[in-house]
Design a protein around this ligand. Structure first.
Ligand code: 3PG
Ligand code: MG
Length: 394
C-alpha cells in the first residue's frame, strides 16, 4: 500500500482517534440498524487497539444531516458496537469541544469512546482546518479505517492527518490490498462485470479497467447506451445520447486490444418502469418501441456465466437489472450465484452490488465485498483517494 499502518506505530497507552465509516443504513421507521457489516468490518482495528491498551476514540458520520439532528445520532451504533465487542462503549454528545476533550482525556487504557456524528458540524465536509485541529486535540495518533469515506477530503478523513501522525487501519489495508492486487497483478483470465444505471457514472472506471482485464461484461441500465451505439432499438430505456460516441469508442478500444467485450444478447423488457409491469424476454435487436429494458435474459445469463467460470479474477460493480423490482432481479441474482460458486478471486464493489449480494446471503462466499460504494468506484477508476494520500508514507 505504501502507507504506514497501525502496526508501524506505537499505540500503547496513547489516545488514538480512529475514523471509521459507521454510515450504516437505518430502518426508516424504527431507526434500527438494517445492516451492520461496516461496524463488524471495523472490529479488527478496534480490538487490536484495545489489546494494545490504547485509549480508543472513534468518530464517524451518519447520513447527510444539516446540523444537529437526532435522527442521525450515532447512539444506536454505540449500542451495536458494544454488543459486538462485549464491552462498554461510551457515547459523547458531540465530536469536538471542551466536554468531549475532558471525556477523551479521562479514558483509561482499553476504553472506547464513540463521538457523536461529525456532520452535525458543517465544517466537517468543508474540511475546515480549525475543526480538524479541534478533532486532533482529542488524541495523540490518528488511524483512518473509514474506507467507505476515503474518497472524501473532509476534516476527519483528510484534514486531521495534517495535525497528528496518521496511519491506516486494517480495513483500509485489506480493501486496498485485495482490490490493488486484482488491478495490478491479477490471476488471469481477469473479468469485470459492470452494471448500474448510467454510463456517465462509470466511464472513468470503464476506461481504467479496460486497460487491465481480459474480458469485460457490460449490462444494467448503461448497456442501453452501448446497444444504441450498435444501432439497436432501445425503446424507452434511459440512453445517454451524449455518451453514445463514448460507448462506440470503448467498443473500438476493446476490439483493438483484443479484449472480449460481452453485451446482453437478450433482455427482459417491460411495458412500464415499475414492479409488476408486463414483461417478456426478447433478443436485443427486438426491443419493442415504447418498452423498457429491465434485466438481462437467460441466454445472456448463460454466456456471462460461462465466461465467468473460466475466469480466475472477477470484479463486479453495479446491478445487472432493475434490482429494486422483484421481477427484474434474476440477472443480478444469477450472476451473484455464479460468482459464489467459482474458483476465482471474486471482488464485489460496494453500494448496491454489495447490498444485492448481502440480501442473498452470499457475502461469505465472495473473496471480498467492499464496504465502500463511491470509494470503491474511485479506486476502480484508478484515481487518488484524498484520505489515503494524506497518510504517512511507509
Ligand atoms: C457512503 O456510504 O457512501 C460513505 O459513507 C460516504 O457517505 P457520503 O456519500 O454521504 O459522503
Ligand atoms: Mg456515498
Amino acid at each position: 500500500m505504501g502507507k504506514k499502518s497501525i502496526k508501524d506505530i506505537n499505540v500503547s497507552g496513547k489516545r488514538v482517534l480512529v475514523r471509521v465509516d459507521f454510515n450504516v443504513p437505518l430502518d426508516p421507521k424504527t431507526r434500527a440498524i438494517a445492516d451492520d457489516i461496516r461496524i463488524r468490518e471495523s472490529l479488527p482495528t478496534i480490538k487490536y487497539l484495545i489489546d494494545k491498551k490504547a485509549k480508543v476514540i472513534l468518530c464517524s458520520h451518519l447520513g447527510r444531516p444539516k446540523g444537529r439532528d437526532k435522527d442521525s445520532s450515532l447512539a444506536p451504533v454505540a449500542q451495536r458496537l458494544s454488543q459486538l465487542l462485549g464491552r462498554d462503549v461510551a457515547m459523547a454528545d458531540d465530536c469536538i469541544g471542551p466536554e468531549v476533550e475532558k471525556q477523551a482525556a479521562a479514558l483509561k487504557e482499553g476504553q472506547v469512546l464513540l463521538l457523536e456524528n461529525l456532520r452535525y458540524h458543517a465544517e466537517e465536509e468543508k474540511n475546515d482546518p480549525a475543526f480538524a485541529r479541534s478533532l486532533a486535540r482529542l488524541a495523540d495518533v490518528f488511524v483512518n479505517d473509514a474506507f467507505g469515506t476515503a474518497h472524501r477530503a473532509h476534516a476527519s478523513t483528510e484534514g486531521v492527518s495534517r495535525y497528528l501522525p496518521a496511519v491506516a487501519g486494517f480495513l483500509i489495508q485489506k480493501e486496498l490490498d485485495v482490490m490493488g492486487k486484482a488491478l495490478d497483478n491479477p490471476d488471469r483470465p481477469f473479468a469485470a462485470v459492470l452494471g448500474g444505471a448510467k454510463i456517465s457514472d462509470k466511464i472513468a472506471m470503464l476506461e481504467n479497467i479496460l486497460a487491465k482485464v481480459d474480458c469485460l461484461l457490460v449490462a444494467g441500465g448503461m448497456a442501453a447506451t452501448f446497444l444504441k451505439a450498435m444501432k439497436h432499438e432501445t425503446g424507452k430505456s434511459l440512453v445517454e445520447n451524449d455518451k453514445v460516441d463514448t460507448a462506440q469508442q470503448l467498443m473500438q478500444k476493446a476490439a483493438a486490444r483484443k479484449i472480449r467485450l460481452l453485451l446482453p444478447q437478450d433482455v427482459v423488457v417491460a411495458d412500464k418502469f415499475e414492479a409488476g409491469a408486463i414483461n417478456r424476454v426478447v433478443s436485443v435487436d427486438k426491443v419493442p418501441a415504447g418498452w423498457y429494458i429491465m434485466d438481462i435474459g437467460p441466454k445472456t445469463i448463460d454466456s456471462f456465466g460461462a465466461e465467468l467460470r473460466k475466469s480466475r479474477t472477477i470484479i463486479w460493480n453495479g446491478p445487472l437489472g432493475v434490482f429494486e423490482f422483484p421481477e427484474f432481479r434474476k440477472g443480478t441474482e444469477s450472476i451473484a450465484s455464479v460468482l459464489a460458486g467459482v474458483k476465482a478471486t471474486t471482488i464485489i464493489g460496494g453500494g448496491s452490488t454489495a447490498e444485492a449480494v448481502q440480501e442473498m446471503g452470499l457475502a461469505d462466499k465472495m473473496t471480498h465485498v467492499s464496504t465502500g460504494g463511491g470509494a470503491s468506484l474511485t479506486f476502480l477508476e484508478g484515481k487518488p483517494m484524498p484520505a489515503i494520500v494524506a497518510l504517512l508514507d511507509k
